[in-house]
Design a protein around this ligand. Structure first.
Ligand SMILES: [Zn+2]
Length: 286
C-alpha cells in the first residue's frame, strides 16, 4: 500500500468518524493499532482456517452486471426514484404505477447476468462445502444474481424482485413470469414522457391461492418497512457462529453491513472488506 493510499484512508476515516487533530490519545491509539492489512497472504491464512464464512453483499456487487438501483444521481424511473415508489404508501395510492415500476425492473433483469464477483462467491461455497466448510451469503440485493450464479445458502434480507406476497392472505410465492400479468405487457417504460393509463386493480397480479384473488405485491422490503423477523433470526444465527466475515460491494458503515459486521468484529472475528475503495469503516476491522 502506498503512502498516498494510507494517508487517504486515514483522512477518510477521520472525516467520517468526526475525529480531529485534537482527538484523545485513546482514539489515536485505536486507529493506529487497528490499521487494516491489505496483505493477501495474511488473508489467505485466515481464510484457510475458516469453517463458517459469512459474506455480506450490497449493490456494489451487482453494479458490474448493469443492474440499475434507481437511487442517487441519474437514477430515475420516469420522474421518480426508488424511495418514492418503493413504499407502502405509494402502493396504496397507485398500485398500477408501482407494479409498472417493478414489472420494468423484472424485465430488465432478464437480460442481466451474474458477474465474476457473484460467480467467485458461488464457487467459494461449492468448493468449501466439499471440505465440510460452510458459506452463507447475506445480501440486500433483490436481483437474484447470487442465486443465478449458483449460490445455495442465501439470505435475501430485502426479499426478491421474483417473489410476490399476497396483500390479502400473505402467501409468498416465487414468480418468474414475463410479463407477470397480461395487463402489464408492454408497460413500465422508464421514459419520463410516458403516461400509461392506470391499470385496474383487478387486472394487476392476483393471488392464485384457492378463492383468494387478493392483490399481489412485490415481496421486497420497502422504505419504512421492517425486515422479515424470520430472515433476521437466521441472519443472527449465522453471525453468531461465523469465524470469518467478508463484506463485498458495500461500505461497512452503511446498511446492511453496518448492522452486522461490527457485531461479528466485536467477537474478535476477522472482517475483510472487498471494495473498490477504502470505506470509513476500513480502519475498524482487521
Ligand atoms: Zn392470497
Amino acid at each position: 500500500m502506498s503512502l498516498f493510499q494510507f494517508t487517504a484512508r486515514r483522512l477518510v476515516s477521520r472525516a467520517y468518524c468526526g475525529l480531529t487533530a485534537s482527538s484523545s490519545k485513546k482514539q489515536k491509539f485505536y486507529l493506529e493499532m487497528a490499521r487494516p492489512s491489505s496483505n493477501l497472504a495474511d488473508f489467505r491464512e485466515v481464510f484457510a482456517k475458516a469453517k463458517h464464512i459469512v459474506i455480506i453483499t450490497g449493490a456494489g456487487v451487482s453494479a458490474e452486471s448493469g443492474v440499475p438501483t434507481f437511487r442517487g444521481a441519474g437514477g430515475f424511473w420516469r420522474k421518480w426514484q426508488a424511495q418514492e415508489l418503493a413504499t407502502p404508501e405509494a402502493f396504496a395510492r397507485n398500485p398500477s404505477r408501482v407494479w409498472e415500476f417493478y414489472h420494468y425492473r423484472r424485465e430488465v433483469m432478464l437480460s442481466k447476468h451474474p458477474n465474476p464477483a457473484h460467480i467467485a462467491i458461488a464457487e467459494c461455497e461449492r468448493r468449501l462445502s466439499k471440505q465440510g466448510r460452510s458459506v452463507v451469503v447475506i445480501t440486500q440485493n433483490i436481483d437474484e444474481l447470487h442465486r443465478k450464479a449458483g449460490t445455495k445458502h442465501l439470505l435475501e434480507i430485502h426479499g426478491s424482485l421474483f417473489k410476490t406476497r399476497c396483500t390479502n392472505c400473505g402467501n409468498v410465492a416465487a414468480n418468474y413470469k414475463s410479463p407477470i400479468c397480461p395487463a402489464l405487457a408492454g408497460k413500465g417504460a422508464p421514459d419520463p414522457e410516458t403516461k400509461d393509463a392506470a391499470i385496474p386493480v383487478e387486472d394487476l397480479p392476483q393471488c392464485e391461492e384457492d378463492g383468494c384473488n387478493g392483490l399481489l405485491r412485490p415481496h421486497v422490503v420497502w422504505f419504512g418497512e421492517t425486515l422479515d423477523p424470520d430472515v433476521l433470526t437466521e441472519v443472527e444465527k449465522e453471525l453468531e457462529i461465523c469465524d470469518l466475515c467478508l463484506v463485498v460491494g458495500t461500505s461497512s458503515v452503511v446498511y446492511p453491513a453496518a448492522m452486522f459486521a461490527p457485531q461479528v468484529s466485536a467477537r474478535g472475528v476477522p472482517v475483510a472488506e472487498f471494495n473498490m475503495e477504502a470505506t470509513p469503516a476500513t480502519n475498524r476491522f482487521r
